[in-house]
Design a protein around this ligand. Structure first.
Ligand code: NAD
Length: 478
């Protein structure tokens, strides 16, 4: 049952905004209002921050093993509610229930992995220059964190930040996505019910710019972590820089996928189609610029279009649906604009290119070939179900195209040659490369970009590090 109003969570209690304001939440499969979400004002933001400061005082002194125990209980509670939370995700965000269930299960894994990793935060001893002296390096939690997460994976994006921060001993003010609030609130509920002390985790919804400009500027906030577009990320990183705040920025991508002539072409086409259209293409690591070596271009393109054409689009609540609607009307408008621009600039439309005639925020799986480099599709992150398939002659050309854009988040390659794979791993400017598979975004592996795609990892032991500071203590024994 979707809650009539998703509440804020401040200092251990669920609450309406002090001023009583709310925002609408839409069901993207119908375009109609589903429910409301509380809209925090300055008084609520202030209260959440004060609670996070108190919470940090408690949490930093809580032994890592106890923090770990609570995170594991939260994972148990989340898993127990997997089907119910998945239905919330489908209603508010649109993705098919099976995809939503896998989002919840993956989020449980993230909680468990960081629960364990938090118990393995070690310092070190440095050989002293004089006798009877100890020189030690301690890793300490940074302090209260302001975290901003988007609507494409409303639970999975939040859990990456929250689990790593809490495992490291930081407290958090989380601003979830207003468009998909109830599932993120269910994550916070699981942590609260597990016994996380009041103030350690707070949840706000409201006007994103108002909340971020307030929190980032406040001296009590020691770290800012944001997932969203490169444009907003640059604004927030600039503000954080002005206030000397540590940041993690997980921003946009425009992933190249290089399919070499020696690849398993059928495998590449099936895998890339599945992952391009997963979550209706609203993923920062979705393969978008598919570059195929000319001898296999026709075979690949036919197989890719066939796989894309077989995708059943519909309401995510229908078990037959493989691809749901886009999350909001802005994405549908963006798909029309990108598609029309590609066609006008001479790209060959092979599939889709239009919105099906039905209510809701739908756009068909779309494939263009021979897309000119000046088309928006080859430059702007589509963040939707549109793929470009272009040919290349030699590897140099493919690498140059992969590196042409300011983005550098994920990249994919398909080849049977170890030499080619090693060359691509060396030369592609990317935070993550997956060869002959789609092996990214597990809890235990780094997840980060380079260039305009941001910096700071959201996975692996690197993610815990981003919430820790180094303290050096030199002590003469008297
Ligand atoms: P947007 O740039 O307005 O918002 C993206 C996210 O940032 C949203 O969750 C929004 O609430 C938040 N946001 C916006 N302004 C903010 C601010 N001043 N302070 C704090 N948070 C702020 O765009 P949108 O229309 O919601 O999404 C479209 C674009 O966002 C996509 O093209 C994609 O590039 C990017 N995006 C990326 C991811 C990701 O996983 N990296 C997720 C969602 C959206």
């Amino acid at each position: 049952m979707y809650p009539a109003t998703t509440l804020l969570f401040i200092d251990g209690a669920w609450t309406l905004a002090a001023a009583g304001a709310t925002l609408p939440v839409l069901n993207p499969a119908t375009g109609t209002e589903l429910a409301r979400v509380a809209h925090a004002g300055t008084a609520d933001i202030e209260r959440a921050l004060a609670a996070a400061v108190r919470g940090f005082g408690i949490w930093r002194k809580t032994p890592a093993r106890e923090r770990s125990r609570l995170l594991n209980i939260a994972a148990d509670r989340l898993l127990a509610r997997c089907d119910e939370i998945a239905r919330l995700i489908t209603l508010e965000q649109g993705k098919p229930v099976a995809e939503a269930q896998s989002e919840v299960r993956n989020s449980c894994e993230v909680l468990r992995w960081f629960a364990e990793e938090g118990t393995r935060v070690y310092g070190r001893l440095i050989a002293p220059r004089v006798p009877d002296t100890m020189q030690r390096v301690e890793k300490q939690p940074l302090g209260p964190v302001a975290a901003f997460t988007p609507w494409n994976y409303p639970v999975a994006q939040a859990v990456r930040k929250v689990a790593a921060a809490l495992a490291a001993g930081c407290s958090v003010v989380l601003k979830g996505a207003e468009e998909a609030p109830a599932s993120c609130a269910a994550l916070v509920d699981a942590l609260a019910e597990a016994g996380i002390p009041p103030g350690v985790l707070n949840l706000l919804y409201g006007e994103p710019a108002q909340i971020s400009s307030y929190l980032v500027a406040r001296p009590e906030v020691r770290k800012v972590t944001f997932t969203g577009s490169s444009a907003v990320g640059k604004q927030l990183a600039g503000l954080a820089g002005a206030h000397m705040k540590r940041v993690t920025m997980e921003l946009g991508g425009h992933a190249p996928a290089i399919v070499c002539a020696d690849a398993d072409v059928e495998h590449a086409a099936t895998l890339l189609a599945a992952h391009k259209f997963h979550n209706a293409g609203q993923s920062c690591i979705a393969p978008t610029r598919i570059l195929v070596q000319r001898p296999v271009a026709t075979a690949f393109t036919e197989a890719f279009v066939q796989a894309a054409a077989a995708i059943v689009t519909g309401d995510g609540s229908d078990p037959a649906t493989v691809m749901g609607p886009l999350a909001n009307p802005r994405r549908v408008q963006a798909m029309h604009a990108i598609s029309n621009d590609a066609a006008a600039k001479g790209a060959r439309l092979l599939l889709g290119g239009e919105a099906p005639a039905r209510d809701g925020f739908f756009f068909a799986p779309t494939v263009f070939a021979e897309v000119p480099l000046n088309a928006d599709l080859m430059n702007e992150e589509p963040f939707g179900p549109i793929a470009a398939v272009n040919g290349f002659d030699d590897l140099e050309q493919a690498i140059a195209e992969a590196n042409r854009l300011p983005y550098g988040l994920a990249a994919y390659a398909f080849t049977r040659s170890q030499l080619t794979a090693a060359r691509l791993a060396d030369d592609i400017e990317t935070g993550m490369l997956s060869v002959n598979e789609y092996g990214l975004a597990y809890a235990e592996v780094p997840f980060n970009g380079v260039k305009d795609s941001g910096y700071g990892s959201e996975g692996g032991s690197e993610a815990i590090e981003t919430f820790l500071t180094t303290k050096f203590v030199s002590q003469r024994h008297l």
